[in-house]
Design a protein around this ligand. Structure first.
Ligand code: 5GP
Ligand code: MN
Length: 346
């Protein structure tokens, strides 16, 4: 049974509004990942075929390994020039938000978003969804926003528009948000959806290759350096973290997206259940957290690092210096969370 069947009322409202709307904007969270881009473009490629006007707005730059996705070239990416474009959402009669649980996640275009009188709808799989849209279909049992978008299309008038482009985008987000079916993928519905996707004849191995075997030489050397010289392991607390200085980023000619997944490296050490990364950016420290099992990094980040996300994957930020941020993290691990982590069984 599709998970979406629990949202009969919302689905009817959402679908009716979509039918009536003529100018639809799809939007996702800033610093978008494969799921944000894949779910937006999957939906875009379906709606495009209805003849309605539809566009995807990305609130910030997106990783290079997603540029090949069908429709990626049509996306409006908010950059320095468009940031000040107060008309960016004008004319939209419907805004569909995907893969985001709070209005602040639209980043620099939040003023335009809040001002817009368009009907707003949400498709999401994060916990703690803020009420910021007219209708919301959100459930944490979905592995990814892409799995949800698949079910959304499947259960509305859009179902006649499934094609290889649509499902290629959706498969991409499923792969990236589950770490290629490693985590977040214990719901049988995911495999029902993936089974359906396969029937459209997607190039599964090519997609994998384009996503995960597409780094620059610099990035691979950067990863080696970081693993050797910037990883701190705290075995007693089953925790490990990585820190990266601005100088490190320069030295290894870091390009946007290069540090993606570095946070998962220490997770491969036997016994480690909690990992973090702290990256010195221009005006702040970008943090990411990952965990195995029930250790809740969403709450951890919300409480200590101004962020959030999912139970096992979250992001955050710090406005202290890099070394104070690392010190703060170590103190939390050895203090407030010490007992929980020391006794953690996974
Ligand atoms: P990342 O480590 O890639 O920044 O984030 C991991 C997950 O947490 C992603 O699903 C991302 O959307 C989410 N996330 C990252 N930062 C935040 C934040 O500040 N607030 C919320 N609600 N989610 C976040
Ligand atoms: Mn997601």
């Amino acid at each position: 049974m599709p998970i979406i069947s629990a949202f009969e009322k919302e689905l009817a409202i959402f679908s009716d509004k979509l039918k009536m709307s003529e100018n639809i904007v799809i939007i996702h969270h800033y610093n978008p990942d494969g799921d944000a881009i894949g779910s937006s473009l999957g939906l875009y490629n379906a709606i495009k075929q209805t003849g309605k006007k539809v566009s995807v707005i990305s609130p910030s730059q997106f990783p290079d390994n997603l540029r090949w996705l069908p429709g990626a070239k049509d996306m409006k990416v908010v950059g320095k020039k468009t940031q000040s474009d107060i008309t960016i959402l004008d004319g939209a009669d419907m805004i569909i938000c995907v893969d985001m649980n709070a209005r602040k996640r639209v980043g620099v275009i939040q003023p335009q978003f809040d001002k817009s009188t368009a009907f707003k709808a949400l498709l999401d799989h994060h916990p703690f969804v803020e009420t910021f849209t007219n209708v919301a279909i959100a459930d944490t049992s979905y592995s990814s926003a892409c799995e949800l978008v698949y079910e959304f299309i499947e259960n509305t008038f859009l179902n006649q528009y499934f094609n290889t482009d649509v499902v290629t985008c959706l498969y991409t987000g499923i792969l990236t948000d589950t770490g290629s079916f490693e985590y977040n993928s214990s719901n049988p519905n995911l495999f029902r959806v993936v089974g359906k996707i396969m029937e459209y004849g997607i190039e599964k191995n090519k997609i994998y290759n384009r996503l995960f075997n597409a780094w620059s030489e610099d990035r691979i050397r950067f990863m080696g350096f970081v693993t050797c010289s910037r990883m701190v392991v705290m075995p007693e607390y089953k925790t490990a973290y990585i820190y990266i200085t601005a100088e490190d980023r320069r030295k290894y000619k870091e390009k946007f997206g290069d540090t993606e997944n570095f946070v998962n490296i220490p997770m491969q050490i036997k016994g480690i259940v909690f990992t973090a990364i702290f990256i010195e950016r221009d005006n702040f420290i970008k943090a990411s957290f990952r965990s195995k099992g029930t250790f809740d990094v969403n709450s951890f980040s919300a409480k200590h690092f101004n962020g959030g996300g999912h139970v096992n994957a979250s992001g955050g930020e710090s406005y202290d210096k890099l070394d104070s941020t690392c010190k703060k993290f170590e103190e939390l691990v050895c203090g407030e969370y010490a007992e929980e982590l020391k006794n953690y069984i996974y």
